[in-house]
Ligand binder design. Structure first.
Ligand SMILES: Nc1ncnc2c1ncn2[C@@H]1O[C@H](COP(=O)(O)OP(=O)(O)O)[C@@H](O)[C@H]1O
Ligand SMILES: [Mg+2]
Length: 262
């Protein structure tokens, strides 16, 4: 990427102007057929640039998760296109699609999806196993990811024996073990108390500060305000995209505050 295309945001981050990591055009999604048909998304257009933090915000049922699943290539749109790093994802299938997802994306969900009876280490190295990384290297990378979330000492524990906050930190370790370009987080603090949630938010924005693009789905206005950009969805349509300058100052202040909290 040419550095001449980079533009500094008020937060001091450099964001590439001309080459989106994700580009969504005329995206619609209808669930069900005929009498049960329900249009969950209607003509969504959206560009997300490298290094941005973007909140997709809206009430429950507005279509946030649907949009995230489509952008993360976990589901197919009814119409419209999604480009990931310039690649038209509509044309990808099977192995190629899985490879793209595995290489570039990390996922954090509200429900901390994990293999409960496997060890923490096994859970974290799963994306590397899928990516066919050697046994030695994947253990090393998984331990490094666990170190980042401060859980290296739990590597051998059964995942099921952890607290909610620890489980979500394992999920973050698993999301970053591949060194992804984009992290998708769907209500990442939804099942956590506010103190534990802060730690998760701090980790996610720490990764974003180092350059990972962060896409957070949330109904939490305070969490959304921490992001560079808020995309508001009502009944499957984008109603507002904001770039509030005051938000940057506030966000930085809150982030600094969070660090002191720990
Ligand atoms: N698999 C599905 N089949 C039918 N309707 C669905 C399905 N998934 C979501 N919906 C509906 O689509 C709408 C948007 O859902 P969702 O994207 O999960 O909203 P949000 O994440 O904003 O709460 C809701 O009305 C929901 O009931
Ligand atoms: Mg949802």
């Amino acid at each position: 990427m040419k550095t001449s295309n980079l533009k500094a945001t008020p937060a001091g981050k450099k964001v590439a102007e001309s080459f989106p990591v994700i580009e969504v055009s005329h995206l619609s999604k209808t669930y069900g057929k005929k009498s049960t048909a329900f249009k969950a998304l209607d003509n969504i257009n959206l560009k997300i640039f490298p290094g941005e933090s973007v909140a997709i915000i809206g009430k429950s049922g507005s279509g946030k998760s649907t949009l995230m699943h489509l952008m993360a290539l976990l589901d197919k749109p009814t119409s419209g296109t999604i480009k990931v790093l310039g690649i038209n994802a509509n044309k990808l299938k099977g192995k190629k699609l899985n490879r793209l997802r595995n290489k570039y994306f990390g996922f954090v969900f509200q429900q901390f999806f994990m293999n409960a009876n496997d060890s923490v280490l096994e859970n974290v190295l799963l994306p590397l196993k899928i990516g066919k990384i050697s046994r030695f290297k994947r253990k090393k990378l998984a331990l490094k990811a666990l170190d980042i979330v401060d859980l290296e000492n739990k590597a051998k524990n059964k995942a099921t024996n952890l607290s909610g906050g620890q489980k979500q930190r394992v999920c973050i370790a698993r999301a970053i073990v591949n060194n992804p370009k984009i992290i998708f987080a769907d209500e990442p603090t939804g099942n956590l108390d506010s103190g534990t949630g802060k730690k998760i938010i701090d980790l996610l924005f720490g990764l974003n500060k180092k350059g990972t693009t962060l896409i957070i789905v949330t109904h939490d206005e305070d969490l959304a305000a921490l992001c560079d950009r808020q995309i508001r969805i009502v009944d499957g349509e984008i109603v507002k995209e904001s770039k509030q300058k005051a938000g940057y100052i506030r966000r930085t202040a809150i982030r600094e505050g969070m660090k002191e909290d720990r």
